[in-house]
Design a protein around this ligand. Sequence first.
Ligand code: KIV
Length: 273
Amino acid sequence: MSIHNAEDSRKVTTHRLYEMKQRGEKISMLTAYDFTMATIVDQAGIDVILVGDSASNVMAGNVTTLPITLDQMIYHGKSVVRGVKRALVVVDMPFGSYQGNSKEALASAIRIMKETHADCIKLEGGAEIIESVQRILCAGIPIMGHLGLMPQSINKYGTYSVRAQDEQEAEKLISDAKILEQAGCFAIVLEKIPAKLAKRIAETLTIPVIGIGAGGSCDGQVLVLHDMMGMTQGFSPRFLRRYADMNAIMNNAVQDYIKDVKSGDFPNESEQY
Ligand code: KIV
């Protein structure tokens, strides 16, 4: 089995993710919000690209994911899809676009699919939003669920700490995961929950379980691109592994550019017409 699939140019589908789980091949997933980054991530061979509502934090500088709008998610989704040939593209449904009622949820999901040309959508929640999930699935739109830490509910919990540490919350989470699978979701993201609980859920469900801060027994892993690239600062949860220090690399490049402009070194003879 190859470590990554950059040489396998077939388009990733929800069915292929299911097959990967069945043969024990881990699923790789990262966020992207724009054309250039999406192109890089896709060409590197990632399986799934999530146009996350974390764009609210990473792209727009908001403190939470709540302010980002459906129009803004569609803008990011379109930009990413233009840069992707192989990866499955998932677009997050933003806060307020699906919690009201199932009709509104379907209308929002249809807008995302029609306007971005993405492959599927993701939304946060279990039993509370099951009517919306069913209605969207009935329209033929694949859904990735999201349980555990659900950043759109930050005002309810007041903290981004590890979820489902007590028996009652763990049982609710297991039940929600089963409800989403039974409804027909093709995968579920589990965010920031105990690794033991995530393992139990991944072993119970037949659909892929993608973890972020949920341990190594999940069927795949997702991280926010700007965090794992070391672009963002001041966010260092235990689950975050940084693969580059892009903040320092970019800062140095900008400083070199400033120096060259100020000194008159840039542009030189060969860099002008
Ligand atoms: O919006 C996002 O980036 C996410 C991931 C953290 C899973 O939902």
